[in-house]
Write a protein that binds this ligand. Structure first.
Ligand code: ZN
Length: 153
């Protein structure tokens, strides 16, 4: 028993990794109903509490709810992905929906403006917290829209 196993970390010394700010990283596939906004709110609040970021809870829950609600308005009852992650000293909440790409640039711009205007509550909450938000088309064959909010401590 020489050599090969020595490079593996000791299982006894490692133990379970507790939730911490640094390892906050979750992705959820949501079925897409209107009720998913409430689910997103509750999930984000719970995750931030467990990972020591409860001071961001109210704003983050509102942001997640608004992102999911906007995705629902533009792609009702279609699956969407909610990602919640602490990275580079900021909380990143991202929603990927299945909104198809518009073939005409003018239609794409109009759609983007319409969605941006509908996210006024998200904009107000995130701006007042010194954060940022935005949306962009997903550049994969499946298409869709990525919308996000970024919050600092
Ligand atoms: Zn559209």
């Amino acid at each position: 028993m020489k050599g090969a196993l020595r490079c593996l970390p000791s299982a006894a010394a490692a133990g379970p990794i507790p939730p911490a700010t640094e390892n906050l990283s979750y992705s959820m596939l949501l079925p897409g109903g209107a009720y998913c906004a409430g689910l997103a709110r509750e999930s984000v609040t719970s995750l931030l509490t467990r990972h020591g970021l409860s001071e961001l809870g109210d704003t983050a829950a509102l942001a997640a709810s608004e992102l999911v609600a906007a995705a629902y308005r533009f792609t009702p009852d279609r699956e969407m992905i909610l990602r919640v992650r602490w990275q580079y000293e900021a909380l990143r909440i991202v929603v990927y929906d299945q909104h198809p790409a518009h073939s005409a640039p003018a239609a794409a711009e109009e759609c983007r403006d319409r969605r941006s205007r509908s996210m006024w509550l998200l904009a107000a909450a995130v701006d007042s917290h010194g954060g940022d938000w935005g949306l962009a088309p997903v550049l994969t064959p499946g298409g869709g829209t990525k919308s996000w909010a970024l919050l600092h401590r």
